[in-house]
Design a protein around this ligand. Structure first.
Ligand SMILES: [Zn+2]
Ligand SMILES: [Zn+2]
Length: 457
C-alpha cells in the first residue's frame, strides 16, 4: 500500500493525496493552491485522475475542495464521499470559486490586451461545478461504510461545519487522516473527536510551532478592538472566511449586541456566500454541540441580533457607505485573495481611523499576509494605496488546533501510530511539530515531499 502526496506539502494549500491500496486508488481531498503556490493549479495533478476510484473529502474549505471540478474535467468519474454538510458547503464554495476564476480571467484578458501575455483562463466554470455536485455521496459521522478493499468511517474534526477526520480500516490495520484539526471549545461545533488507535496517521501541522489565544477571552478582545475603532470614528473591516469564521464572529458579538453594548452600530455581513453558509448552518443541527443546541432551543439564534445586516446584492454592498453611523463590515475572502473585501480595503486602508482586523491564517504571498507583515503601500485591483489604517490581528479565532492542542489530542491515542506523516504546514511549523512528536512519542515522523510515494505496510 502506497500513499502519495500531491499538495499541502511545504505549505498549507492544495491538499491532495492518493492512496494506492493494492491497485485501488483513492483520492483524499483535492484543494486549490493559493497565494504563492497558486500557479501550481495550472499544472497537472501529478497522477492520472482517471485511475482514481473514489474521492474522500475531509471538509469544504477551498484549499481542500477547490480542485474537485478540475479533477472531474481531467477524467475522474467516481463517487465523492463527504458528510452532508460538506456537500452542501462545497456547492457554494465551488460556485464562488468558479465565479472568482471567471472574474480573474476577464481581468487578465483585459490586461493582456495591453501586454500581449498568454492567458491562463479559468480552471473550471459553473457548469463544471454542477457536474461535480452529482458525484457527491454523503455519509454520516461514525458509521462504517464498506468500500471493498477497506472500510471508511468519519469522525468529527471540529474544524468547520461538516469537517471530518477519515479513518480507513484494512482488516486490523488503520490509517487516519486528521484533515484540518479543530480546537476544543469552539462555538457551534463539537470538540475534535479523540482517536483510539491507528497504525498510520496523516496529521496537519499548520500551527505546529505556536499556540493561539484563548477561545474564552476572544469575544471581549474583539469587542474592545471594535469599540476603540468606532470611538475614533473609523470602520472595522474584518476579512473573514465566509464559512466558519464569519459565523463564529457573529456568535461572539451576539451577546453584546443583545445586551445593547453595540446599539446604533451596524454590522454588515457583506458576502453572498456567508449568507448562504449561514442558511446551511441552520440546515445541519446534526453538526452542532450541546451548547449551541440549547441556545437554539431557548429561542436565541446566534446569527441574528439587533444591527446585523446581511447584504447579498452588489447594490446593497455599495450602499454600505451611504449609511451613516458606525460600521462593522465582515466580508470575504479571508486572505484578501479576491471578493468584496477588496473594495472595503480600498475604501478603508487609507483612513487612519479605520481598523482592518485579521482573524485567520494569512498564507504567504496573499494581500492579507503583506498587510500583516507591515506593507506601507499596496496595490489592490489596479489601485495603489498608502496603508494608513490600523492593521491588527487576533489569532484566537483560528479554526486550527494550536501546538498544545495538537499534542494534547495526540496524547489521547491508546495505541499511538507507528508512523506519522506531517503535512499542511509551512516548513518551520511542520519541523517544530515533528521534533515534539519524536521527543514525546515513540513514533517515526515523516515530512513528505511533493509528488513522493510512501510505503505503508
Ligand atoms: Zn480547513
Ligand atoms: Zn486546510
Amino acid at each position: 500500500m502506497n500513499l502519495e502526496f500531491h499538495g499541502a506539502v511545504g505549505g498549507v494549500t492544495g491538499s491532495h493525496m492518493v492512496l494506492d491500496a493494492g491497485g485501488m486508488r483513492v483520492g483524499i481531498d483535492a484543494g486549490l493552491f493559493q497565494g504563492n503556490e497558486a500557479s501550481r493549479n495550472q499544472a497537472d495533478f501529478g497522477h492520472d485522475p482517471r485511475s482514481i476510484r473514489v474521492l474522500i473529502l475531509t471538509h469544504a474549505h477551498i484549499d481542500h475542495s477547490g480542485r474537485v471540478p478540475l479533477l472531474i474535467k481531467k477524467g475522474f468519474s467516481g463517487k465523492i464521499i463527504s458528510t452532508a454538510a460538506t456537500a452542501d458547503l462545497c456547492e457554494i464554495m465551488l460556485r464562488d470559486s468558479a465565479h472568482l476564476m471567471m472574474e480573474a480571467a476577464e481581468h487578465e484578458s483585459h490586461q493582456s490586451d495591453q501586454r500581449r501575455r498568454p492567458l491562463a483562463g479559468p480552471l473550471y466554470e459553473e457548469k463544471d461545478v454542477a457536474a461535480a455536485m452529482r458525484h457527491f455521496t454523503p455519509i454520516r459521522y461514525n458509521k462504517e461504510h464498506d468500500l471493498g478493499r477497506f472500510s471508511i468511517r468519519f469522525m468529527d474534526a471540529g474544524h468547520i461545519l461538516g469537517s471530518a477526520m477519515i479513518e480507513l480500516s484494512f482488516g486490523k490495520k488503520r490509517l487516519v487522516f486528521s484533515g484540518d484539526l479543530g480546537r476544543p471549545g469552539a462555538p457551534f461545533l463539537r470538540d475534535p473527536e479523540k482517536v483510539d488507535a491507528a497504525d498510520w496517521l496523516v496529521l496537519e501541522s499548520t500551527y505546529g510551532d505556536m499556540d493561539h489565544g484563548n477561545i474564552a477571552d476572544r469575544g471581549k478582545i474583539l469587542l474592545n478592538i471594535i469599540l476603540e475603532t468606532l470611538e475614533r470614528g473609523g470602520n472595522v473591516v474584518i476579512p473573514a472566511f465566509a464559512i466558519g469564521r464569519t459565523q463564529e464572529i457573529l456568535y461572539e458579538l451576539n451577546p453584546y449586541a443583545e445586551k445593547g453594548v453595540l446599539s446604533g452600530v451596524s454590522c454588515f455581513v457583506d458576502s453572498p456566500m456567508a449568507i448562504s453558509a449561514t442558511e446551511i448552518y441552520a440546515r445541519h443541527p446534526e453538526c452542532f454541540d450541546e451548547e449551541t443546541l440549547s441556545l437554539l432551543r431557548s429561542g436565541d439564534s446566534p446569527l441574528e441580533f439587533p444591527g446585523i445586516q446581511y447584504t447579498r446584492s452588489q447594490d446593497e454592498s455599495k450602499a454600505i457607505y451611504d449609511h451613516r453611523g458606525p460600521r462593522i463590515i465582515i466580508s470575504a475572502s479571508g486572505m484578501c485573495t479576491g471578493g468584496r473585501v477588496l473594495h472595503h480595503l480600498i475604501k478603508n486602508l487609507e483612513q487612519k481611523d479605520s481598523t482592518i482586523l485579521f482573524v485567520g491564517y494569512q498564507a504567504d504571498g496573499t494581500i492579507g499576509r503583506r498587510l500583516l507583515d507591515g506593507a506601507r503601500k499596496i496595490r489592490i485591483l489596479d489601485k495603489d494605496l498608502d496603508v494608513k489604517a490600523q492593521i491588527t490581528s487576533m489569532d484566537a479565532f483560528s479554526a486550527h488546533a494550536g501546538r498544545k492542542e495538537i499534542l494534547s489530542w495526540l496524547r489521547s491515542f491508546r495505541q499511538f501510530p507507528d508512523k506519522v506523516f506531517l503535512n499542511h504546514g509551512e516548513p518551520r511549523a511542520t519541523r517544530a511539530l515533528a521534533e515534539a512528536i519524536r521527543t514525546e512519542f515513540d513514533s517515526e515522523v515523516t515530512i513528505p515531499e511533493m509528488g513522493q510515494k510512501y510505503l505503508l505496510s
